[in-house]
Structure formats: structure tokens, C-alpha cells
Design a binder for this molecule. Structure first.
Ligand code: AMP
Length: 240
């Protein structure tokens, strides 16, 4: 059966990769390819943190910090927040001791300026493993359904999709009965703006890491566990 074999291959990929030191891992890909979902699978396998610049920014917006105030309007329009602000936020996060064995950067770097900053920042740290980059590929139509259908439980953070993975009762979390919410930037209009930003600013970042060589592409349209297995196998090869 497809699901069983996907689970089996996820298990063996996890076993093969379980012993390595993961180091810094970049998950690259357009909005909605599943970077966040996949990062959570890798966190489970290695016990290293997921560092999502989108989550860090949303947390700043919720807490009403200075960074949050500067970022909110840009985020609501689907535009990128300035490099300098995001780089500073990442630099602070990378000082935390939980990043010692590695971490997954999700949604960063998103511009060549951020990529150059990161390469320099990590290059200056003795003993750090070189960055490896995984690019997740998903077609435009699939991305549109994933983004515009995405609903999130504000309590337990479970992610649903009204087209692809609906809750049992429309608009209600299966686990705790909370009313599901939609991210304010998950509309079609904002999605199109985010795709434009991706094509013009982030696609060159993928090329940058492709040229550096410690890079692999994975098919993000498969079942979630099979994508995780593909990513883990790619990481094991790149760190092998
Ligand atoms: P995400 O959750 O990764 O889709 O990010 C949501 C929004 O946060 C993006 O549309 C941007 O406005 C902002 N953002 C997240 N990461 C970055 C980044 N690395 N550089 C600039 N803006 C970012």
C-alpha cells in the first residue's frame, strides 16, 4: 500500500539519518510548499530547533514589539520585511544554546542579501558545519489550494486544509473544538504578491545554493511522510 510503504521509507530514512550531526539546514521553496510541516518532522527526528522567520515575526507582531510594528504592514501586504531587521532577529536566535548540534531555517534566507549575510555569519564561526540546502518543489495550482485552504487551530496549532485535509466539522479543530482561523496573508491576492516576491527575490537564493553544491531538490507533492523521507535521505547524502 502507498501509505504503508511511505511510512516504512520514512522510518528507514530516519534510522539512516538518525546518527548524524545535522548542522545548519535550509529549507527553501515557495510559500505553501510545506517548509513548516517538513521542518516539524526533522525536529522530531533530530531534536534540533526549527527557526521560522515568519513565526518569529508573527510572534513580534502579537507582542506589539518595535520589530512587530515595523513588520506588520509589509507582512499583511505579502511583501518582504527588510533584510537588516530579519538578519538581526536570526543572529539573536542563533545565539541560543539549542542550536549547537544544528537547526532548520524555515523561510530564511529569502533574498540574496540575507543569503550573503548568513554565509558570512556562519563562515565566521569556527567549527560550524557548512550549510546544506533542500529545495522543495510544488506546482503553482497545488500551492494555491494549500495556501487559500489553510486553516489553523489557535490553541494547539494543528494545520488543516479545507480542500486537502478538512476537519471533521467545518471550521472546528478535531482535537480541542476551537474555532479555526485563517492567516491574514493567506488570501489569493496576498498569495499572488508573495509568489511575485518569491520569483523575483527568493528564486535567486535557490540558484545561489545550487551553485555552491551542498544542495538537493525534493518532490513536495508526495504524501507528507514520503516528502520527509526524501528530505532525510538527501540530508544524509549531503552530510555523508
Ligand atoms: P512565512 O510564514 O515564512 O510565509 O512568512 C510570512 C511573512 O513574513 C512573509 O510574507 C514576509 O512578509 C515575512 N517574512 C518571513 N520571513 C522573511 C524573510 N526571511 N525575509 C523577509 N520577510 C520575511
Amino acid at each position: 500500500m502507498v501509505v504503508a510503504s511511505a511510512n516504512a521509507s520514512a522510518g528507514s530514512a530516519a534510522e539512516a539519518a538518525g546518527h548524524l550531526t545535522p548542522g545548519p539546514i535550509l529549507l527553501l521553496g515557495a510559500p505553501g510548499v510545506g517548509k513548516g510541516t517538513q521542518a516539524k518532522g526533522l525536529v522530531k527526528a533530530w531534536g534540533i530547533p526549527q527557526i521560522s522567520t515568519g513565526d518569529l515575526l508573527r510572534s513580534n507582531v502579537e507582542r506589539g514589539t518595535e520589530v512587530g510594528k515595523q513588520a506588520k504592514e509589509l507582512m499583511d501586504r505579502g511583501e518582504l520585511v527588510p533584510d537588516e531587521l530579519v538578519n538581526r532577529m536570526v543572529a539573536e536566535r542563533l545565539k541560543e544554546p539549542d542550536t549547537a548540534r544544528g537547526y532548520i531555517l524555515d523561510g530564511f534566507p529569502r533574498t540574496l542579501g540575507q543569503a550573503n549575510w548568513l554565509d558570512g555569519h556562519l563562515g565566521a564561526q569556527a567549527g560550524t558545519l557548512p550549510v546544506i540546502a533542500i529545495s522543495i518543489q510544488v506546482s503553482y495550482n497545488q500551492l494555491l489550494r494549500r495556501i487559500t485552504g489553510r486553516r489553523i487551530c489557535p490553541v494547539c496549532k494543528t494545520i488543516y486544509n479545507t480542500y486537502l485535509q478538512p476537519p471533521k466539522v467545518d471550521g472546528i479543530c478535531d482535537k480541542d473544538g476551537a474555532q479555526l482561523v485563517r492567516r491574514s496573508d493567506d488570501s489569493k491576492e496576498v498569495f499572488d504578491e508573495r509568489m511575485r516576491a518569491y520569483e523575483s527575490l527568493t528564486a535567486p537564493v535557490v540558484e545561489h545554493y545550487r551553485k555552491l553544491g551542498r544542495f538537493e531538490e525534493v518532490d513536495g507533492e508526495l504524501e507528507v511522510g514520503a516528502v520527509t523521507a526524501g528530505i532525510m535521505t538527501a540530508i544524509a547524502r549531503l552530510r555523508g
